[in-house]
Design a protein around this ligand. Structure first.
Ligand code: GCO
Ligand code: MG
Length: 426
């Protein structure tokens, strides 16, 4: 194998010392959209016939740029290396850019990183969680989403989720002019209608509506189910303090992204404003962004997004840091994290003592067709498959039946404007 190996920059001094040679022979990327949003899948091939790994580098907003980072920069650096030295490879790829951080680099790195973990687990013949240190739990408790208008409709949706087996439900309320996400409901026609009427964001209206509606939902559904809510970073620090105070009667399991990453230093003030548990972090692309919040015990849940954070290598270190500081993990997992990303996240969930709860959107039939072995949250939990590696595969031929749409169709985050016409920030 060595004769055909390409020039490898900064080869490790121990390279070649192992009697059994294993090399990365190719790094390939695939774009597909069986879920509606674009998925970017990375496949790392090795010199051992049939041994390959899969990773998820999906960020629906900037997918093509991430693909270029993998194809043009990380792939060429990786080919010829031993895929088993994950820590060494991770550092090399991370530092090769010199400039730090950013979600594009994070997603690209994660695509490669998770594929290396998949290869390692397949080569060892064990499920990925086993390689991370084995199980700390049987399965990952998951939460699902509901969105709607008034508390009656929402309470019914929550009850339906409870009947499906969920004990935790995230409740989003349609805010006039801004819909349930503060931007769109995921439905193309609604998103277009919102853009056409130049949706306006009214923070005061939101602050009045949410506590009232969630308290009414709590009244209707009783105490047997946990309720969550995601603000999507649309509040000022002063507004977020008020929301935390006013949400007390709804007794939330957690309030997510009450502040934008730029305002993270305000979290201790939110903590002082009420007892609602606080979750943040899906927008963080560098584990260091979590450090002050964890060390100050300013948050309760770290919303890690394994793809954005750079993969399992940094994520498992963060999980350990959370454990030491009594903070829990609440990993991100809406439909824009592919089944490959979900399988990697669930491996960490069942392994990490700091795990708290996992977000789990439903995959479409098309997504399950493209990703044999995709994990769905049946009965409110996600359980890893007892097969070597990630336990999920990628059917290239099926993926070609679901090509991605034009890049800007997924760029809806700038649709909202404030009442005075200025652009609203998620
Ligand atoms: C969540 C997130 C997602 C994001 C999406 C952005 O908590 O599930 O906020 O819904 O909006 O991942 O692409
Ligand atoms: Mg969120």
């Amino acid at each position: 194998m060595n004769d055909t190996a390409p020039t490898v920059l900064a080869r490790a001094p121990w390279d070649g010392a192992r009697p059994d040679r294993l090399r990365v022979t190719a790094v390939r990327t695939f774009l597909c959209a069986p879920q509606g949003c674009p998925y970017l899948i990375v496949r790392v091939e090795t010199s051992e016939p049939g041994l390959y790994g899969l990773g998820c580098a999906s960020d629906p907003q900037r997918t093509l740029a991430i693909r270029s980072i993998v194809d043009d920069y990380l792939g060429p650096l990786l080919v010829g290396r031993d895929p088993r030295d994950i820590e060494d490879v991770h550092r090399l790829l991370l530092n090769s850019a010199y400039w730090r951080g950013g979600s594009l680099t994070g997603n690209a790195l994660a695509g490669v990183d998770v594929a290396l973990w998949d290869i390692k687990a397949k080569a060892a013949g064990v499920p990925l969680y086993d390689l991370l240190g084995g199980r700390a739990r049987q399965a990952a408790t998951a939460y699902t989403h509901v969105s709607g208008g008034d508390s009656g409709e929402l309470a019914e949706l929550v009850q339906a989720a409870v009947e499906e087996g969920f004990g935790h439900v995230r409740v989003q309320v349609n805010v006039p002019g801004a819909d349930a996400y503060g931007t769109h409901t995921g439905d193309e026609a609604e998103a277009a209608a919102l853009a056409a009427r130049d949706g306006r964001w009214d923070g005061e209206a939101y602050l009045r509506l949410i506590p009232r509606t969630l308290a009414a939902v709590r009244e209707k559904v009783g105490d047997g189910v946990e309720l969550l809510h995601d603000v999507h970073e649309r509040l000022t620090p002063a507004q977020a303090r008020r929301l935390v105070r006013d949400l007390e009667p709804a007794r939330l399991f957690f309030l997510e992204d009450a502040l934008a990453p730029e305002d993270a230093a305000y979290f201790p003030q939110l903590r002082a404003a009420g007892t609602v548990p606080l979750a943040v972090g899906e927008l963080f692309s560098d584990p260091a962004q979590f450090v002050p919040l964890i060390a100050d015990r300013a948050i309760d849940y770290a919303r890690i997004r394994v793809p954005t954070l750079g993969g399992l290598t940094p994520a498992r270190k963060l999980a350990a840091a959370c454990e030491l500081f009594g903070v829990q993990l609440a990993p991100h997992g809406p439909g824009d994290v592919s089944p490959v990303g979900r399988a990697a996240t669930v491996a960490l969930d069942v392994n990490a003592p700091s795990f708290g709860i996992q977000e789990a959107a439903w995959f479409t039939d098309a997504t399950r067709e493209v990703f044999p072995g995709a994990l769905d949250a049946r009965g409110g939990v996600l359980e890893p498959a007892e097969v070597p590696g990630l336990g999920v595969d990628f059917d290239e031929a099926a993926a070609r039946r679901y090509p991605p749409t034009a890049p800007l169709e997924h760029d809806r985050w700038a649709l909202l404007r404030n009442r005075d016409g200025s652009a609203q920030r998620p």
